[in-house]
Write a protein that binds this ligand. Structure first.
Ligand code: BG6
Length: 296
């Protein structure tokens, strides 16, 4: 199930018996495809995405680690998304009730240069699981393996590009009345006023301390994406809209109409690990008919 993807980069393909599937590239540990059992693609991947290291792949789901956005001294979104990962030869045990699942375990390979920009030793694992109903589950484990006893801190996000039919017809539920910081306004803090979030211009916000469940409703397709998350208290919501879309070389001018990033994240408060400690976070995604979701 490990095969060649674009530009000879290796990818791991997960298939579930009822027809759903997912693809994970070893480059970036990046999920580039998630299809339901009808074969419909659920993630957005730009037509202009380059699979050319060290550029991160535009779309799918990447892990922003050890830094989200510009919240620190590293390059935007940290380095995990543009390093090679490998299949983890010694993954930690998985919960006992999940034996029938299809999954792949990856471990991040830090480059020799990385200690110069981030002077720590860590194990960064990612398990990507395709559930029997086609749900996609990402589980991360970060362990501080510093031999000198040093503590480290990090932020992390699952940078998830959902494929939507028409961004103007999309609603996000679960973030109303929350505080957020606005990346377009120097990270100033606001409180969300509306019922649900809708989109009519560029949005780049970090919602703080969100509920564990967030829903993205794609009206035209009568589909709802449901995100359930643990260990990731915040949520980044991003759509570049037309002007920023034009400025990105690896993103089509009109593609902003068909994507929305809602990123389960730990941003506002850094996660701190003492030497030997481990952190675990998870994101579970399902795509269900909208009628099924209403009233839940
Ligand atoms: C979002 C950020 O998470 O990612 C935005 O909030 C950023 O500010 C976007 O523009 C895309 O980032 P990048 O580095 O993949 O172009």
């Amino acid at each position: 199930r490990l095969c060649q993807g674009v530009n000879g980069l290796e990818k791991f393909v997960l298939r579930e018996i009822r027809g759903s599937s997912a693809e994970v590239y070893l480059y970036g540990g990046q999920v580039t495809s998630w299809k339901n059992d009808l074969g419909e693609e659920l993630l957005f991947l730009s037509n202009k995405a380059t699979f050319s290291p060290p550029k991160a792949v535009r779309g799918g789901i990447s892990v922003c680690f050890p830094q989200v956005g510009t919240h620190g001294a590293l390059e935007q979104h940290g380095f995990a998304r543009n390093r090679m990962w490998s299949i983890d030869p010694a993954p930690p045990p998985f919960p006992p009730n999940s034996t029938n699942r299809t999954y792949v375990d990856l471990i991040l390979n830090l480059s020799e240069e990385d200690p110069k920009i981030w002077p720590h030793s860590c194990e960064c694992r990612l398990r990507v699981t395709l559930g029997p109903g086609g749900d996609l589950l990402l589980t991360s484990r970060i362990r501080n393996t510093n031999a000198d006893g040093k503590t480290f801190s990090f932020t992390l996000a699952y940078h998830t590009y959902f494929r939507v039919t028409d961004i103007s017809e999309v609603r996000v539920e679960g973030l109303e009345t929350l505080d957020y910081t606005d990346n377009l306004l120097e990270k100033e803090r606001f409180t969300e006023q509306g019922d649900a979030i809708t989109f009519e211009s560029e949005v780049d916000r970090v919602y703080l301390g969100t509920p564990t469940k967030i829903a993205i409703i794609d009206h035209e397709r009568k589909r709802t994406f449901v995100l359930r998350k643990d260990g990731l208290p915040d949520a980044v919501v991003w759509n570049p809209w037309d002007k920023k879309a034009k400025a990105m070389a690896d993103f089509g001018d009109d593609e902003y109409k068909h994507m929305l990033c809602v990123e389960a994240a730990a941003v506002e408060k850094q996660i701190t690990l003492k030497a030997g400690e481990e952190w675990k976070g998870r994101l579970e995604l399902s795509a269900v008919p909208s009628s099924y979701c209403s009233g839940q």
